[in-house]
Design a protein around this ligand. Structure first.
Ligand code: NAD
Ligand code: MG
Length: 395
């Protein structure tokens, strides 16, 4: 039996994770559920999963939840950063699902790593901001890192066991690997006329052709910033050199990514686009459990197609790939600027194509000093947010 903390329990990944827990009650138990502020959803989850702890980041939401929880459930409601960090490092916890959206996930996810837990990583922003430090802490504590992002989970499944055990510091070339092929659907605007992009609305951007996800990552899929963040995430997880990592557009999202070997072999992981597959894989690794996912029916699949990304359509992807090679300072600034720009787009303050403009401007304007601590990363993140907010209000 694994005791699980679900960070981001009320979100899209949280929901899929708890669905897999429900299907495998003999193996998993929700020890603690963590969310920002949605009391109603948290209450439902508490009644269904009966965790020992329910943590709400918002203090008022915690009080409201506490008032509504049936007393006989014996669930302790907590709030505040110290309580959250104590939860993820609690000695009864085996596994932490890191599925808070955005930079807010960094500190609790890193605390789980430092406590040596089995960390199922959905929060890609944590690696984008702090990759080098994050991997160093993983090695130090002996935490087991398992990728949940569908592409990285697919790549992980196509790697030899020795490489799987050395995530973050593996030697791909020594394992006979020539390339990691990161696939992406291209999102809802892959074939829209270029001149129509500026007027695209949040509802259009969030309508992903294959995946159902939270709003931030859905917009990131439309700009392909999501693939850019994943490129950076892959660089850290698989310790890739610049020429070992390629992005391939594959609109059907059936192949979730591939590994190309020196002898000409390409291993791909396939499946229906349902996050319960990578979640269940990471939860059970190296075993397999049922995830409730429809099996892939090859007779109904039709054509699988592939093409190269066009950077004039997806400037955010290029910004992220360049930032990746510039270093952790650039990726931290880009991630922060992008969170502000995406939130402003979702609020109707800026247009779709302004997201890339703000990201580029922030990258150009912020002096990048070497980041040697989490505190320095968080300070740079805050500075980039301030500048991005100014740029938003000027537009
Ligand atoms: P979501 O918006 O659906 O849910 C976000 C969750 O985080 C919610 O439970 C919310 O309460 C919580 N949260 C928000 N701000 C918080 C804060 N300040 N402190 C604590 N909790 C906070 O997002 P999602 O789509 O589930 O994505 C979660 C993470 O997983 C993201 O990093 C995303 O990139 C990654 N991811 C998601 C998918 C997907 O299919 N949804 C796929 C791959 C990776
Ligand atoms: Mg992904």
């Amino acid at each position: 039996m694994q005791n699980l903390v679900v960070l981001g329990a009320t979100g899209s990944i949280g929901k899929s994770t708890l669905d897999v827990v429900k299907r495998n009650p003999q193996h998993y138990c929700a020890f603690a559920l963590v969310a920002a502020s949605s009391v109603e959803r948290m209450l439902e989850l508490c009644i269904e999963h009966k965790p020992r702890f329910a943590h709400m980041v918002d203090g008022k939401a915690a009080a409201a939840l506490n008032a509504q929880l049936p007393a006989n459930l014996n669930i302790e409601v907590t709030t505040g950063e110290d309580a959250l960090l104590a939860l993820v490092s609690h000695s009864d916890v085996d596994t932490v699902m890191a599925a808070i959206v955005g930079a807010a996930g960094l500190v609790p996810t890193l605390a789980a790593v430092k406590a040596g837990k089995r960390v199922l990583l959905a929060n890609k922003e944590a690696l984008v901001m702090s990759g080098e430090l994050f991997i160093a802490e993983t090695r130090k504590s002996g935490a087991v890192l398992l990728p949940v992002d569908s592409e990285h989970n697919a790549i992980f499944q196509c790697l030899p066991e020795k490489v799987q055990r050395e995530l973050g510091y593996c030697d791909l070339s020594a394992a006979g690997i020539s390339h990691i092929l990161l696939t992406g659907s291209g999102g809802p605007f892959l074939t829209s006329p270029l001149e129509s992009l500026a007027a695209m609305t949040p509802a259009q951007a969030c309508k992903h052709p294959n995946w159902s996800m939270g709003p931030k990552i859905s917009v990131d899929s439309a700009t392909m910033m999501n693939k850019g963040l994943e490129y950076i995430e892959a660089r850290w997880l698989f310790n890739t050199a610049a020429d070992e990592l390629k992005v391939v557009i594959h609109p059907q999202s059936v192949i979730h990514s591939m590994v190309q070997y020196r002898d000409g072999s390409v291993l791909a992981q396939m499946g229906n686009p349902d996050m319960r597959t990578p979640i269940a894989h990471a939860m059970a690794y190296p075993e397999r459990i049922s995830a409730g996912v429809e099996p892939l029916d090859f007779f109904k699949l039709g054509t699988l197609s592939f093409c190269e990304p066009d950077f004039s359509r997806f400037p955010c992807l290029k910004l992220a790939m360049d930032a990746c090679h510039d270093g952790q300072e650039a990726t931290t600034v880009l991630n922060a600027a992008n969170e502000v720009a995406v939130a402003a787009f979702l609020n109707g303050q800026i247009g779709f194509t302004d997201i890339a403009v703000i990201n580029a401007e922030c990258l150009g304007k912020i002096a990048k000093t070497h980041l040697d601590s989490i505190e320095a990363i968080i300070a740079l993140d805050a500075e980039a947010r301030r500048l991005a907010n100014q740029l938003v209000s000027r537009r």
